[in-house]
Design a protein around this ligand. Structure first.
Ligand code: CAA
Length: 282
């Protein structure tokens, strides 16, 4: 099967990034948001990101215009009817995602692959509400999607070889390097990243070191682009807490137990860059 038309459910941070990368790779893309205001916000984010790409010499103005022309924004799920693959990037709530998968199963053609960009939720459960569990898998992108070269493909015990093969070719056509993980909490990246981020918060909480020193140590000692507390602000403290709680819920492993400081910062609305303040001010 040749993928020609891609659907993206959700035009938030991840959905807009996935839409941008697919359109820039030559695919027709239908992207859906729940209302026009959120849709316009998401489409604006895509334009701003592509303009940044143009100013950095990553694509030409003509390529940007052509990519934008391949994107169709919608607020209707029915517009996924002609898609060969649909990638779900809605909020990290299993009930909402299951509802989306059931609708996609009803609307999309029988050959269509249904993928989730979840970073921690059980993909087998999403597959279980469809009549095509063999065509369901995880496609986990990283933020910022146009810049990060990795794509985690997540295989459930029901995903077919054919689906994995088609999805791999599709992921490679987006210029991504593929790794394959099984449908276990956190897949590969978050299974390792989340305990590290939580430990950095514990270090701060117990007065082990200052936030600046923790970040500088990792940046300069390990050559990471960002220290863990800057990265927490970048990802969003609420997102990391959500992932940690989901992983703890399933595994009951203390490595995934969120420290009190993280939970309280989320309650206080200090979510990181998106709210203007997290561990740092923006
Ligand atoms: N399109 C194409 N290229 C773009 C672009 C765009 N819209 N925006 C930026 N770029 C390119 C730039 O041109 C630059 O390329 P060169 O190095 O070739 O010049 C490169 O991307 C870096 O961009 P910037 O110079 O603007 O920014 P930076 O050097 O300060 O890096 C960063 C910013 C990429 C975010 C970097 O700090 C970084 O990699 N941080 C870590 C990000 C990370 O870990 N992300 C994963 C989070 S976890 C996740 O997403 C999953 C989950 O489940 C939680």
């Amino acid at each position: 099967m040749d993928i020609k038309k891609v659907g993206v459910v959700g035009c938030g941070l991840m959905g807009s990034g996935i839409t941008e990368v697919c359109a820039r790779s030559g695919y027709e893309v239908v992207v859906r948001e729940v209302n026009d205001e959120l849709l316009q916000k998401g489409l604006g984010r895509i334009k701003a990101s592509m303009s940044k790409g143009v100013s950095r010499g990553k694509l030409t103005q003509e390529e940007m215009d052509a990519a934008l022309a391949r994107i169709k924004g919608t607020t209707s799920m029915e517009d996924f009817a002609g898609c060969d693959i649909v990638i779900e990037a809605v909020i990290e709530n299993l009930d909402v995602k299951k509802q989306v998968f059931a609708e996609l199963d009803r609307i999309t053609p029988p050959h269509a692959i249904l993928a989730s960009n979840t970073s921690s939720l059980c993909i087998t459960e999403m597959a279980s509400v469809t009549n095509r569990p063999d065509k369901v898998l995880g496609l986990h992108f990283f933020n910022p999607v146009p810049v990060m070269p990795l794509l985690e493909m997540v295989r459930t015990i029901l995903t077919s070889d054919e689906t994995m093969e088609i999805a791999r070719k599709f992921g490679e056509s987006l210029g991504k390097t593929i790794v394959v993980a099984k449908d276990a909490p956190g897949f590969i990246v978050n299974a390792l990243l989340v305990p590290y981020l939580l430990d950095a918060v514990r270090m701060l909480e117990t007065g082990y070191a200052t936030k600046e020193d923790i970040d500088t140590a990792i940046k300069l000692g390990l050559n990471h682009p960002m220290g863990p507390l800057t990265l927490l602000d970048f990802i969003g403290l609420d997102t990391v807490l959500y992932i940690a709680d989901a992983m703890y819920e399933e595994l009951k492993d203390p490595r995934y137990a969120a420290p009190s400081l993280l939970r309280r910062m989320v309650i206080a609305g200090k979510l990181g860059r998106k709210t203007g303040e997290g561990f740092y001010k923006y």
